[in-house]
Design a protein around this ligand. Structure first.
Ligand SMILES: NC(=O)c1ccc[n+]([C@@H]2O[C@H](COP(=O)([O-])OP(=O)(O)OC[C@H]3O[C@@H](n4cnc5c(N)ncnc54)[C@H](O)[C@@H]3O)[C@@H](O)[C@H]2O)c1
Length: 336
């Protein structure tokens, strides 16, 4: 059966998702939603989409749609996703899943009650370098993972527009960039529950009413610890705009440039396992990553499987973000 897919939002990432949908067999791009008609008309022409609506409610009233991809500013994620889920339309929603934990819980509940699937677009779970490291972990090459260090940082750059207004975005660099680093750490660790979060979140490089700097310390069930940094306009990052390192009991692994370092304590040598990815990525966020993400979601709908990352994974990331802000405000460790 062909699945009819609609898109809410017609900006940067929505066009990436439309291209991804075009790459999956048995998917028809049928509708687009945006309150601004010129952008919607341009999008509809680019992707040969016939139906255009000013609101998600209008789309749902018209019906004849199976899937909605929500790529709007963060404050619209929960209301648009919940409306679609309640109408039994499957939803993939962009990160951050919502403005806060409360909204994320409501989204998860709407999905459970209607049976419509909810996926959160934590796209790095579909990157081939991330999954090469995940395979090394699953094969036991790192031993037990004790610590991860990761970041999402824009150097001498940051977004503008709705991204830097709290009422539209919720948070700043943590919600925008840090959430990727949190999700990647959790994916590598096998999705443990967070036990506690200690953080300092601040606005150091801009005068936005959202954060541009964050440092988090997350302790996980099972004993691992993750250090995560988020930033916009920082003068430096240790590598490309996102990277994660893993310290295992047997080896060290790093993303971008991606490799494994396996020490031999007796021989006092270190063997580097290089999977052969280019040392500098041509594109940090390649289209193929989003194509795989879309293929996973469509496959889960067809085979009636739970998408991963689903609502539950998105919710944990929101719990960590909320705890980080609370910790930063209070100066205390927040126990979850
Ligand atoms: N996973 C990734 O790699 C990635 C990359 C970029 C953005 N994102 C996320 O995707 C979302 C969108 O980001 P973007 O960079 O595409 O932003 P953008 O500003 O380019 O696009 C947002 C779109 O939403 C539209 N919009 C605003 N109000 C609307 C409404 N009421 N109904 C329908 N459409 C409406 C805007 O007109 C615009 O087309 C954000 O949540 C962001 O965090 C994820």
């Amino acid at each position: 059966m062909t699945l009819k897919i609609a898109f809410s939002g017609t900006g940067h990432i929505s066009r990436v998702h439309a291209r991804a949908a075009q790459s999956v067999d048995g998917v028809d791009l049928v509708a687009v939603v945006n309150h601004q008609s010129p952008s919607m008309a341009d999008y509809a022409a680019q992707f040969d989409i016939s139906r255009q609506y000013a609101t998600v409610q209008e789309l749902l009233r018209a019906g004849d749609v199976d899937v909605l991809i929500v790529s709007t500013p963060n404050y619209l994620h929960a209301p648009q996703a919940i409306a679609a889920l309640e109408a039994r339309v499957h939803v993939m929603v962009e990160k951050p899943m919502s403005l806060n934990t409360r909204e994320a819980e409501r989204m998860l509940r709407a999905s459970k009650q209607s049976g419509a699937k909810l996926m959160v677009a934590h796209c790095w779970r579909f990157d081939e370098e991330v999954n090469w490291i995940k395979q090394q972990i699953d094969d036991g090459k790192l031993g037990k993972i004790l610590r991860t260090k990761g970041y999402g940082v824009h150097v001498n750059w940051g977004p503008g527009g709705w991204f830097v207004e709290a009422r539209y975005a919720g948070g700043g660099a943590l919600a925008d960039m840090g959430v990727h680093a949190i999700d990647v750490a959790r994916y590598f660790l096998g999705d443990p529950q967070p036990l506690s979060v200690y953080a300092r979140i601040s606005t150091d490089y801009t005068n936005y009413d959202v954060d541009d700097s964050g440092a988090l310390w997350i302790n996980w069930a099972g004993g691992a610890t993750s250090i995560v940094e988020s930033g916009w306009w920082w003068p430096h990052a240790d590598g490309p705009e996102a990277s994660t390192q893993l310290y295992g009991s047997k080896a060290f692994a790093q993303l971008f440039p991606t490799r494994l370092e396996v020490p031999d304590r007796v021989a006092e040598t270190v063997k580097t396992i290089d999977p052969g990815f280019p040392p500098v990525r041509e594109e940090q966020c390649p289209q193929i990553m989003y194509d795989r993400q879309m293929a996973h979601f469509i496959g889960c709908i067809r085979e009636d499987l739970r998408p991963n990352p689903g609502g539950a994974e998105g919710l944990v990331n929101m719990q960590i973000i909320d705890a980080a802000f609370e910790s930063s405000r209070s100066g205390q460790v927040i126990y979850l």
